[in-house]
Design a protein around this ligand. Structure first.
Ligand code: DC
Length: 224
């Protein structure tokens, strides 16, 4: 059945600027922005807190029964609550990024989050970002965009972000981390990162933030 709501899927690798660009585009177009990475990150955070064995899919899947996630939009910004606690900030720590790459490869984790994601899209006009939105979560999305940029540019953006937050990291560490996560995300068996066949490719390598938002908003408007 065709949903009465419009879905826009934005996928792409680490640091392509998906979340900032998608959030700005959603606010410009009056859509609800859904950051699916935050859901995976919250599961990663919970598993780390519980000292789950990150090399054991069984151990990770066993944590799911103790996890309740809730997304609330507060002042237009998505906050994610893990068992009632707002973890929106903590899930951005680099060590959680790595843990998340492991949990997101576990099929039980993916199917648990899939329902929540589809539920959102059934009840709202959404711009949803992630790795598998156009391929798996919302295969009938009205607009699909695969957002990318060169690894060096993505690493530089992530490096600047972390530095601005006062984190002690080197550019090489950030680039290595990013290459590792890209590799994990695109080589896992369950819903790997890849562009949907009907996705439009948007490369933001030579663009600043405003130009990237303009590009994405333009692509969406063109297709609606
Ligand atoms: O977009 P992000 O960096 O917040 O994503 C964190 C991790 O979650 C990343 O390693 C890939 C994974 N992820 C995923 O597998 N599928 C999604 N739809 C979103 C994120």
């Amino acid at each position: 059945m065709m949903s009465e709501f419009v879905s826009v899927a934005i996928d792409g690798p680490v640091g392509a600027g998906k979340s900032t660009i998608a959030r700005a585009a959603a606010s410009a177009l009056g859509y609800v922005y859904v950051d699916t990475g935050a859901m995976y990150r919250s599961v990663g955070l919970h598993c780390r807190r519980k000292n789950a064995d990150m090399s054991s899919p069984e151990d990770i899947a066993a944590q799911l029964g103790d996890i309740s996630l809730e997304i609330r939009i507060i002042d237009g910004i998505q906050h994610i609550f893990l068992n009632g606690e707002d973890v929106s900030e903590e899930i951005r720590l680099p060590e959680i990024s790595m843990a998340t790459s492991a949990v997101s490869a576990v099929p039980e984790v993916r199917s648990a989050l899939l329902g929540m994601q589809r539920d959102f899209a059934e009840k709202n006009n959404v711009i949803m970002d992630g790795r598998d939105i156009g391929t798996v979560v919302l295969p009938n999305a009205r607009v699909k965009i695969f957002l990318t940029a060169s690894p060096e540019i993505r690493a530089k953006r992530r490096f600047d972000e972390l530095k601005a937050k006062g984190r002690e990291v080197t550019f090489e560490e950030v680039l290595n981390d990013l290459n590792k996560r890209d590799y994990n995300d695109s080589h896992r068996a369950a819903a790997p990162l890849k562009a949907a066949e009907d996705a439009v490719l948007a490369d933001t390598s030579g663009l600043d933030f405003e130009q990237s938002v303009e590009l994405v908003c333009g692509l969406i408007k063109e297709r609606l």
